[in-house]
Design a protein around this ligand. Structure first.
Ligand SMILES: Nc1nc2c(ncn2[C@@H]2O[C@H](COP(=O)(O)OP(=O)(O)OP(=O)(O)O)[C@@H](O)[C@H]2O)c(=O)[nH]1
Length: 285
């Protein structure tokens, strides 16, 4: 799902919602906290965005589908009114330029008494195809896979082909991270649609076991707890895999920045435009 509302934050004290993209460099507070980077991957229409929004806001994104242009700010405002502590605040970046780009969300969570800065990357859908690799993956997805520390692999229990996408998708992740333990969970979403079920819970369990991760059957539509438990479990797995230090892993000797947000590029472009118009008017005066 593509969200079209502008980004915002609910952690500030101002009544207005600010346009706060996540900078290319870590935020000051995330420099102090351990950072956990998670990519949510899966086929089309399985509920990737709905799961993320459910996790972050406790709301189901479908509640706002009739008015998607407003949904994010509505969610942010509703949560802000509750003036929750910082652990529930999050920042959202939306790419307004491309229908296929995913959004990056950032949120603080407390795990075993430790504050962790969690970054969640929504991604465009992947699709099975007949080439030797068996999977169509946009370049942006590859960058997200490379960037992330842990993976939520999502299928819909009502769509067997989305389930069949998972194994090649996992192999694809393994190709990008050939060595080491890959923290992963398997999520079978839409468990509220039992009558339309095409994938059994046993199939989910078996597949998860073969990937070396836990299986969660959830409904982003009906239940926050299951979704929350799944994300927290993955965070814990990531922290375990990252081990000591400040949680930032190094890959191939390089410290990797998160995938570049085209939104950031657009902001820079607009910033340059504003600057050049100021220069022009100053010259005119
Ligand atoms: N019944 C039901 N519908 C859901 C659930 N989760 C998501 N949906 C619906 O499924 C559709 C797809 O949800 P999205 O979150 O856009 O799925 P996505 O995987 O991000 O989709 P892509 O943009 O194609 O990658 C929407 O109509 C959602 O309202 C769920 O748990 N139960």
């Amino acid at each position: 799902m593509r969200l079209t509302a502008g980004p915002g934050t609910m952690s500030g004290g101002s009544a207005n919602f600010l346009l706060v993209p996540i900078p290319e460099f870590p935020l000051p507070d995330s420099a102090l906290a351990r950072t956990v980077k998670i990519a949510v991957l899966g086929a089309s229409n399985v509920g990737k965005t709905a799961l993320i929004v459910r996790f972050l806001t406790k709301r189901f994104i479908g509640d706002y589908e009739a008015n998607t242009g407003e949904c994010v700010s509505v969610l942010l405002k509703q949560n802000k009114k509750k003036s929750q502590p910082s652990s529930s605040s999050f920042i959202l970046v939306i790419n307004p330029l491309s229908g296929s780009a995913g959004a990056l969300y950032s949120r603080k969570v407390t795990l075993d008494g430790e504050e962790v800065s969690l970054q969640v990357q929504d991604t465009p859908c992947v699709a099975l195809q007949d080439d030797p690799e068996g999977l169509y993956c946009q370049e942006q997805i590859n960058r997200s896979i490379y960037w992330a520390d842990g993976y939520v692999l999502v299928f819909s229990i009502t769509d067997h082909s989305s389930y069949r996408t998972i194994q090649p998708l996992y192999q694809h992740v393994r190709r990008i991270h050939p060595s080491g333990n890959i923290p992963v969970i398997l999520v079978g979403n839409k468990s509220d649609l039992l009558r339309a079920r095409q994938v059994s819970a046993d199939e989910g369990e078996t597949l998860a076991a073969s990937l070396g991760g836990a299986y969660f059957e959830v409904s982003a539509r009906e239940n926050h707890e299951g979704v929350h438990a799944a994300f927290l479990h993955l965070c814990q797995e990531v922290i375990r895999a990252l081990g000591g230090g400040n949680g930032e892993k190094r890959k191939g000797g390089l410290h990797l920045a998160r995938p570049k947000s085209p939104n950031m590029q657009e902001l820079k472009r607009r910033f340059r435009q504003v600057l050049s118009s100021k220069v022009k008017s100053a010259t005119t005066i």
